[in-house]
Design a binder for this molecule. Structure first.
Ligand SMILES: Nc1ncnc2c1ncn2[C@@H]1O[C@H](COP(=O)(O)OP(=O)(O)OP(=O)(O)O)[C@@H](O)[C@H]1O
Length: 254
């Protein structure tokens, strides 16, 4: 009798040609006011894309639309080939909101296991996520007894449960010291290296350098979708802050 050779699960290096997110003519209104206007862009699988813009530009609203938590007024939005919020995406998208999205009176492990249970994942996947953010040694500690950076990593761990194909992170490094920021970015770069697509908002313009490309929003409009190199080159900026200010002040799309 012929037996098929055992199949091995091999995680392939990311091939950045497939589209993870496609947005066309996206309009969103909140309480009757238009907040996102005619956005159009594409993000490839395995890319790290920064979402930047002044306060109130619409970053959180766009992220909420992508994870299916925000009704859209018009346009097309496809995430991993599906409409946001559909059952096919439930286990494939991880979302970390601004601020901590964990229960402070539970341990790191209990938080991760709770998220795993909600999504039908194993306890082992919860522990893997805790290990992925370097918190195994703190797994049994309550979140309210962690440092700010450790608590942020606990939030991130919950989003990583089940190894989602797309991670949407709303300012995951805000208020963190440079060492913790560096650690989080290393985790994100490691995940992207394994094929995870990451959309991450930030007010720290230097973080643009960590991204494959940057989406720049102002007043709900997309000013630019550029690589970090293009951002410096096209604005003539001497730093990412300077480039950002030039772009925001010119108000012109690039
Ligand atoms: N629930 C709401 N009802 C009405 N308007 C809202 C609501 N939430 C946000 N907005 C408005 O929508 C716009 C976009 O807000 P959003 O939170 O998406 O911006 P942001 O770029 O994420 O800002 P920040 O960097 O300060 O977090 C802002 O003008 C804001 O005032």
């Amino acid at each position: 009798m012929w037996l098929a050779p055992a199949l091995r699960t091999v995680r392939l290096a990311p091939v950045r040609t497939e589209t993870a997110i496609r947005v066309q003519g996206l309009d969103v209104a909140l309480r009757g006011s238009d907040v996102l206007h005619d956005l159009a862009f594409e993000i490839l699988r395995g890319a790290i894309v920064g979402l930047m813009g002044p306060s109130g530009a619409g970053k959180t609203t766009l992220m909420r639309a992508i994870v299916g938590a925000q009704r859209v007024k018009g346009g097309e939005l496809r995430v991993l080939g599906h409409r946001p919020g559909t059952a096919e995406l439930r286990h494939r998208v991880g979302y970390v909101t601004q601020g901590l999205s964990v229960y402070r009176d539970l341990t790191v492990q209990q938080n991760a296991e709770y998220f795993a249970a909600l999504q039908g994942h194993s306890r082992a996947s919860a522990m893997d996520a805790v290990a992925a953010v370097g918190l195994s040694d703190f797994a049994r500690r309550r979140v309210d007894r962690l440092s700010g950076g450790q608590a942020s990593r606990a939030s991130l761990a919950c989003a990583l449960v089940g190894d989602p194909a797309l991670l949407v992170l709303d300012e995951p490094t805000v208020g963190l010291d440079p060492v913790t920021r560096e650690e989080i970015w290393q985790h994100l770069q490691g995940l992207a290296g394994q094929g995870t697509t990451i959309l991450v908002s930030s007010h720290v313009m230097d973080e643009a350098a960590r991204c494959d490309s940057v989406l720049l929003l102002r007043d709900g409009r997309l000013l630019a979708h550029l690589t970090p190199g293009q951002l410096l080159e096209r604005t003539g900026g001497t730093s990412y802050d300077d480039a950002f200010l030039r772009l925001i002040r010119s108000g012109e799309s690039m």
